[in-house]
Design a protein around this ligand. Structure first.
Ligand code: CMP
Length: 138
């Protein structure tokens, strides 16, 4: 059974012209694109998306960054999509990410880390529903 996950190519990567390269890596890894859109999100939308991190010291800076310019919102599909995307992305901190991963190659800091991917089935369902309406996911 294919599984769906949610991903964002973050504003740092879009600003650096890396969106196409990252999309190509995702496609080469066998993910299908269920839905995709380029959008500039508001600070308020970023705060809602990252609500679980509200108490963290980096919350203000993270939500400023995520609303600082266009990003690419995506729903991706494949067998084992959630775990496989996280493997392809690498560790949150690019300094700790494995060779060959997207964050190792393209991220510049723990905050400006190029890509987001859901960490569990429940999170994926919440995150997909936060950004996409049912009719966009047919
Ligand atoms: P992401 O996978 O989108 O989930 C939460 C984000 O918070 C994370 O990627 C990073 O961009 C950011 N983040 C996590 N830890 C830190 C930290 N210690 N300092 C700054 N930003 C962080």
């Amino acid at each position: 059974m294919p599984q769906r996950t949610f991903s964002i190519i973050k504003p740092d990567a879009v600003r650096s012209g890396l969106a196409g390269t990252i999309l190509s890596e995702i496609a080469k890894a066998g993910f299908g694109i269920v839905a995709i859109k380029k959008q500039t999100i508001s600070k308020h939308e970023a705060e809602g998306f990252y609500a679980v991190h509200r108490s963290k010291p980096f919350f203000g800076s993270l939500t400023d960054f995520m609303s600082s310019g266009p990003l690419i919102l995506m729903v991706l599909e494949k067998e084992n999509a959630i775990a496989d995307l996280r493997k392809l992305m690498g560790a949150t901190d690019p300094a700790k990410a494995a060779e060959g991963t997207i964050r190792k190659k393209f991220a510049t800091s723990i905050e400006h880390n190029a890509i987001h991917g859901s960490d569990a089935e429940e999170t994926a369902a919440y995150e997909i529903g936060y950004w996409f309406a049912g009719y966009e996911l047919l």
